[in-house]
Ligand binder design. Structure first.
Ligand SMILES: Cc1cc2nc3c(=O)[nH]c(=O)nc-3n(C[C@H](O)[C@H](O)[C@H](O)COP(=O)(O)OP(=O)(O)OC[C@H]3O[C@@H](n4cnc5c(N)ncnc54)[C@H](O)[C@@H]3O)c2cc1C
Length: 373
């Protein structure tokens, strides 16, 4: 049974990946329906730290770095669009990041990274402890040097996750919540829509799979989707004094993200525990220890809340974007891994271009599903 007649483009999942594609298509006048099995924002997007940090996150000048830098440049425009449509601010900031070099090897690594990043036109420098403390007065005194990345930034992902749903509605796209796609509806060599958990079906000219870590659970996809959940836990602390300072991180993946309301997020673990979204005492202890090793006053911080989310991770950590080479009308916007908030604006452009025109100026080929065949 089809409900309400065919739609032009049907997007499965209203996290940042699906919502950004919906906004992009709606801005081009394409009728869009977005489906989420839950309330939007309850996936990885709402659990995220919201850092927009391609320089910190990518270890080499490969495709993820270039994609991330280009996407970071789109963020101010993307945030404005969401803010106007949703009617509330997203807390976008670009006030830089300090990374602790705890050993000579880490400083060496940071210098090497800055070399290739400068060749890509990006700024950054190694600071002495005294220089770094001019940027952030409470840094741990035992850290021998810091890497300063002035262009890194963040968006408040908890606000973003909710605002995206409002923005999708405001854009004229249709958002159907608490509706789960269980399997793809295929006819011959093309996609025909999706079957839903309530036994109904939605017919569409094109389907975009943007279901995050749960994407491979949709049945009857023509290809095995190599996406798996990787759990990340986060603590929200209230520091003894509010922190107007920038992001702080170390080389082991512990990071501190100050929010406008005076709280501070501490992230994050990388755990292979399947679809378990629970938090653990071990995770809490590890994050609290990492936080205090960067900013000693955080030993006195009060724990406000903690949560976990599931990153949609691929074997090579790169996203999966664009058409399925085996089935006409089926497209992907998934596998965004650790950097989905960062990647979403540029990924949405690429996915929309490929869906509407079969071509895009975005360098998306490294992200095609075909790389796994
Ligand atoms: C702890 C943590 C910290 C992070 N920090 C950062 C960061 O600082 N910067 C950054 O860029 N990225 C970060 N990430 C990664 C980022 O959050 C993800 O890459 C991104 O949110 C993925 O977005 P998504 O839309 O693909 O998935 P999700 O946000 O998980 O959305 C998927 C949506 O699909 C829906 N869905 C699933 N299956 C179905 C179905 N069958 N039918 C209908 N709907 C379905 C779900 O309900 C969900 O709403 C972090 C992630 C975690 C967990």
């Amino acid at each position: 049974m089809n409900q309400g007649g065919p739609v032009e483009v049907l997007i499965v999942g209203c996290g940042v990946a699906g919502a950004a594609v919906a906004l992009e298509l709606a801005s081009r006048g394409v009728p869009v329906t977005v489906l989420d099995r839950d309330q939007p924002g309850t996936g990885a997007t709402g659990a995220s730290a919201g850092m927009l940090c391609p320089q910190y996150e990518t270890p080499d000048p490969g495709p993820a770095f270039r994609f991330g830098v280009e996407s970071r440049a789109l963020w101010p425009e993307f945030a404005r669009r969401v803010e106007v449509l949703a009617g509330w601010p997203l807390g976008l900031r670009a006030d830089g990041m300090l990374v602790a070099n705890r050993t000579p090897q880490e400083e060496e690594q940071a210098r090497g990274m800055l070399d290739w990043q400068r060749q890509a036109g990006l700024g950054g420098e190694i600071l002495s402890p005294a220089e770094a403390r001019k940027i952030h007065p409470h840094l741990h005194p035992d850290v021998p040097s810091w890497c300063w990345l002035p262009h890194e930034g963040q968006v408040d992902a908890q606000r973003l996750a909710v605002a995206l749903a409002d923005a999708v509605r405001g854009s004229g796209a249709r958002l159907l919540v608490t509706r789960e796609a269980t399997s793809l509806w295929v006819e011959g060599e093309r996609v025909r829509g999706v079957h839903l958990a309530d036994g109904s079906a939605l017919e569409a000219a094109s389907v975009v799979v943007a279901a995050g870590a749960w994407a491979p659970l949709i049945r009857d996809l023509p290809s095995l989707l190599p996406v798996r959940p990787v759990r990340g836990q986060i603590l929200r602390l209230r520091p003894p004094s509010p922190s107007p300072w920038p992001l702080v991180a170390d080389h082991q993946g512990c990071y501190l993200v100050p929010r406008e309301n005076g709280t501070l997020l501490v992230g994050s673990t990388m755990e292979e525990v399947g679809y378990d979204e629970g938090v653990t005492d071990e995770g809490r202890a590890r994050l609290a220890e990492g936080a205090a090793s960067l900013l000693p006053p955080l030993e006195q911080a009060r724990l406000v809340e903690r949560w976990a989310g599931l990153r949609p991770m691929t074997p090579d950590t790169l996203p999966i974007l664009g058409p399925d080479p085996r089935l006409r009308g089926l497209h992907y916007a998934t596998g965004y891994g650790r950097n989905g908030i960062l990647f979403a604006p540029l990924a949405a452009r690429a996915v929309a271009d490929l869906l509407l025109k079969d071509t895009t100026p975005v360098a998306w080929e490294p992200f095609s599903l075909a790389r796994f065949f």
